[in-house]
Structure formats: C-alpha cells, structure tokens
Design a protein around this ligand. Structure first.
Ligand SMILES: [Zn+2]
Length: 245
C-alpha cells in the first residue's frame, strides 16, 4: 500500500508498469508498507503481485492484487532512488534521496547471484552504474544485505513473526527515515548538479548533500563533480562539470 497515494502514480512502462512521483518528495519519505500475509518463501501464484522478503525465512504476500497494488510494482535500477527500511517488524519502502516530479521510483532488487544454468536476471536500467543484472555485484553490498535482513538491525528479528500472520497497516510511521549505509546514493543523472564550495572531498557531508538535494554535487574549487556515494566511497567525475539538459 502507499502511505500517501496522492504522491504516486502507477503508469505503464516498456517493461510493464512502474511507480512515478506526482510531485517532488524529500529524502527519507516513507512511500509505503508491504502489508499482507506472512508465509515461508515460495513461488507466487501466476498473476499474483510480487512477495517481499521479510527475513531469510519469511516473505510477505499481498492479499489482493487489485486492492493492494502500490509498492509491489516498483521497478529495479542499479542506481535507485528508493530502498527498503525495517520498522517494527514491517518492510517499508522509503526514498533514499530527493525524488523529482515525474521521476520513476526504483529499488535495487539485490537478488542473489544465480547458480549456473539459472536465470541471471539481466538488467536494462540504462544507468551509468548498471551492472547488467539484478544480482549483487560487490561483496560489501552482499554483506550489507545480510546485515539488513538477518542481523540485529532488522526490526523483524526482534519479535517472532509466524507464518499465517497478516501484517496490517501500522498505527504510526516514521515522519522521516534515516540514512542507511547499506544504500548507495546517486544524484539525478540529468538534472544540473548543485554547487558546493568545499575544498575537500569529505564523504559524510557530501553524501548528505546528495541525499537531500537529490542531485550530483559540483565542487568548483576542485573542478570535479560528485556523482554518488558508492560502497562507502565517493564516486567522482574528475573530468570537471558537464552541462546537462
Ligand atoms: Zn541496471
């Protein structure tokens, strides 16, 4: 379900359908909640919306495709603007940077590496960061997924959630979700960058600026543009500012 359905629209895409912002939305905005039936992992019936991982041993299945369609149709990108946020035993969808009106909302699906002969989940997200597959591309990211879903930070691990339990909407949601280091943050690839007059490349404040502005960050004193925060490091275009449309 969407928390604020007036902020989001489901539109057709070349791949099927996706979720688009109707207005500008700040970083850390809760987009929606994966409510539904908790069960052990299994293939979804044909025509069913995608289930969401709650932990290694529990998935959440949306109860009715027509009534609950929302966060379930967010598409994959290798440079996404949204992520999952553990909260009181639920999986929330949240924006990980500012999202702009008309922009498609995307997750990194973080799928496990396929075994030989299995579908390798090819990706055509078209971003500069595309790794060619929905599967993870770095040991660090795989470690972060493990921490997020099975470690002590995972709110679902603090109480027993049994198969057959139905997750209902919570009485209260966070007004803003905090920045989780598990997520890489990239500025919008086409909007003009914001200018920052720092003379040093410091990860923490620049990541905060990427997240809050939703844009790449130009540092004129250094003649570089910071494209994103990737695997705990700044991704920098040292060829200098490039003007975009
Ligand atoms: Zn991709």
């Amino acid at each position: 379900m969407f928390l604020d359905p007036t902020s989001w629209a489901i539109r057709k895409t070349p791949w099927g359908r996706g979720v688009f912002a109707r207005r500008e939305v700040p970083a850390g905005t809760v987009v929606g909640d994966y409510v539904g039936l908790v069960d052990v992992p299994r293939d979804e019936p044909v025509g069913q919306l995608y289930a969401m991982m709650l932990s290694l041993y529990r998935w959440v299945y949306p109860p009715s495709p027509r009534r609950t369609v929302g966060v379930h149709v967010i598409n994959h990108s290798c440079a996404p603007n949204a992520g999952l946020y553990p909260f009181r035993g639920h999986v929330l969808a949240t924006t990980i940077r500012r999202v702009f009106a008309g922009e498609e909302l995307t997750f990194d699906y973080w799928m496990t590496k396929p075994e030989p002969g299995e579908d390798w989940h090819p990706c055509f997200c078209g971003t500069a960061q595309c790794r060619g597959s929905f599967a993870l591309g770095s040991a660090r990211q795989e470690e972060l997924v493990r921490r997020l879903f099975v470690g002590p930070s995972w709110a679902g691990a603090r109480r027993k959630i049994r198969p057959g339990e139905t997750l209902q909407p919570l009485p209260r949601y966070p007004s803003r979700t905090r920045d989780l280091s598990a997520y890489n943050v990239f500025g919008h690839p086409r909007l003009p960058p914001v200018r920052h007059h720092a003379a040093r490349l410091e990860h923490r404040p620049l990541r905060a600026l990427l997240r809050e502005s939703g844009r790449r960050v130009e540092l004129p004193k250094l003649g570089v543009v910071v494209l994103g925060s990737h695997d705990g490091q700044l991704l920098v275009d040292a060829r200098g500012p490039r003007r975009s449309v």
